[in-house]
Write a protein that binds this ligand. Structure first.
Ligand SMILES: [Zn+2]
Length: 87
């Protein structure tokens, strides 16, 4: 799989570090129960299909990217700087 970094160009995915899905999580209230905190800390969606993900160009330019990827085919549809990505 290859990712086109907006700064460095096309690179092997091993130059990048996958962080997470590119979604904002709402932090629970500090007094929320253990179940709520367990879900917040450990449960994530695992969709099949097109997703937006946060990747770090670890051995390149150190930019954070929002990568749009099909998790079934691994096709990269888009990669933009996280600072310029829209929610
Ligand atoms: Zn880069």
């Amino acid at each position: 799989m290859r990712i086109t970094c907006p700064i460095c160009g096309e690179r092997d995915r091993r130059e990048f570090y996958y962080k997470s899905a590119a979604v904002a999580l709402e932090r629970p209230d500090p007094e929320a129960g253990d179940g709520v905190w367990n879900d917040y800390l450990h449960l994530r969606e695992n969709p099949a299909g097109v997703t937006r993900e946060l990747w770090y160009h670890e051995t390149g330019c150190s930019a954070w990217l929002v990568v749009t990827r099909n998790t079934v085919s691994h096709e990269i549809l888009d990669a933009v700087l996280a600072s310029e990505a829209r929610a």
